[in-house]
Each structure stands twice: as structure tokens, then as C-alpha cells.
Ligand binder design. Sequence first.
Ligand code: F6P
Length: 357
Amino acid sequence: MKRIGMLTSGGDCQALNAAMRGVVKCLSYSKEDVEIYGFLDGYRGLIYSDFRMLTGADFSGILTKGGTILGTSRTPFKLIREPDENGLDKVEAMKQNYYKLKLDCLVILGGNGTHKTANLLRQEGLNVVTLPKTIDNDLWGTDMTFGFQSAIDIATDAIDCIHTTAASHGRVFIVEVMGHKVGWLTLNAGMAGGADIILIPEIPYDIDKVVEAIETRQKRGSRFTILAVAEGAISKQDAKLSKKEYKEKLKNTPYPSVSYEIAAQIQKKTGQEVRVTVPGHTQRGGSPCPYDRVFASRLGSEAGKMILKGEYGFMVGYRNREIVKVPLEEVAGKLKMVAPDATIVKEAKMLGISFGD
Ligand code: F6P
């Protein structure tokens, strides 16, 4: 008999359900008896012993369903060692609940923050297997996370829609793409949507270079320009600020996000109309794309296989087109960013895309 606790933590994304289904299908297919304890709303459920017993039926029909059947929440790692408002030691509570339910392991689906806590639980002696989810694709140790490809599709669709209206009106348009502190999503959606300018956090921009790229297009006869701007994009000037100074700037800025600041600057420097579109959380919503359904199912079934063999302390990752086991201590606390000199960036530049650098 295997007793497995499962939880999804952090921002949701497409294919969380597909991944969990993959784990459970693989386990059900084996001869092993399995009990699944689904903790609700991420680590919160494990801390406060809020769980549901799940059966195979709970995982039926969810391959194509977005979101997570377990619910999720953010439990910031920097607060995990701090007692809650009633003085409860959260780490101790998670351990107690794990032992009380006599769990063999936890299956944890999450991104960066989630992996720091998962690694902490491993260090505390719990058996943990993790699966890499996030639309940001910024998780260390895996070339790909599930949710990423689905989000690319949605962000690309947004840019595609903007294309026709931008062309009709002859306007400059900014589409702001999610991705937190990294540019993977913007880079891929920008290239897929034929953006003329792509601004990502890893390559700080110079607003004059951005304006120059717009004007060069116009001189060549283009009536419109589309910028794909990462929500974490940063100017060369701001990149020189200390973390504290930059935080202070963001606190006092009149703009809701970096795209609006860029739009105002372009408008001022060129006198042209600039419009901003923010697809926001739609990028995390809806059904997983077919790629993510397959990818998450594969990762899930490999996690199931690892559980059957009793192999714990790993994230199931994907490197060089192979599913691999990545030790959690290698994953936790590191960010996978776009290298400014990455081949894909060079290729984008060869296509004439400006990065404003
Ligand atoms: O990590 C996924 C993500 O969607 C980021 O791209 C974005 O910055 C963040 O989550 C938004 O978080 P929230 O859903 O808490 O607003």
C-alpha cells in the first residue's frame, strides 16, 4: 500500500490536472494499492490538515481541464519559518500531518517558490517528488515546464489579434506578456506573433533605441509597430538602480506597469498614438494545449514510476528531449533566465527584431 499526499502550490497554470492524472493513472495501472490524499490550496492544506481523499474517479475527465482540482495558493518561502497568526510552526505542522497520515511521499506541483519549500521538506526528512509547472518557464534544471506552451499560444493569439487592428489604424501597440522576472514567454510569443520589438528583463532597453526601431520601420513604409514587452522589462537606467531604489521607484510611479511607462515615453518622443494591451491572467487560463497535455502526462507517469520504485528527492524534469530526475537541492532557489547572447536571441535579431539594446 502506498499513501500519497498531493498538492499544487503557487500560481496556477494549464495542465496541472493533466500532470496529476498522469501520476494517478500510472499508479493505478500498477499492482500496488494506493491511497491519495489531496491537500487543498497548496501548502496551506498540508499545514492545516485540509485534505480530501481522492479516488481514480476524481482524476477522470480532467486531462483537458485548466486550473487545478485541488486549488492553489501562494505560501511565500520567506515566511515559511515564521509562525502563523496563532503561533503555529508551519514546517512542524506539515511534518506532523505527513506522519499522522502515515504518508509514503508527497507529490508537489509548483514553480520556483514551491520548490524551495519542497526542498526544505526533503531536508526535514520527508519523501518528496515534484513536477515543474509555470507559464514562466523559469525553473532551473528543466528545459521546459508545463503551462509554458499553452501560455505562449494565448499570448501569441493576443499579438495576432493586435496585428490586424494595429495595421488598420497605423498605430504603435504594446502587448504586455507575463513571465515574472524572466523573458521566456515574451520572447517566444513575441517571435511567434511577429512582434517588431521584444523587451525582456534579461536585456535592459534604451528607450531611444526603441524609438529608433519604430522610426526605422516607418521610414521603410510600415504603418504600425508591435512591441511585445515582458511585465518584468527594465530600462538600462533602472537596471543600474539598487534593488531598494528600484522598489522605491515602482512605489512612486504613476504607471500601472512598465508597458504604460514605455508607451508614455514613445508618445512623448514621437508624438504618435500608442496603445497598451495586457492579456494578464488569461495567459494562465483555459485548457492546456495538446503539447502540454502530452508533456504533463509524461512527467506525471514518470513521477508515478519513481514513487513505485521509492525514488524520492527529485523533480521530474526535461533536458535535451529526455525526461530526467533532477535532485531538488539543484533546483531550489535558482532561476533559469534567457541568456542575452542565447542562440534564439541572436536568431531573433537576425530576423530584424529589436531588443532595444
Ligand atoms: O508565475 C506565474 C505568474 O503568472 C507570473 O507570470 C506573474 O508575474 C505572476 O504569476 C502573477 O501572480 P498572481 O497570480 O499572484 O497575480
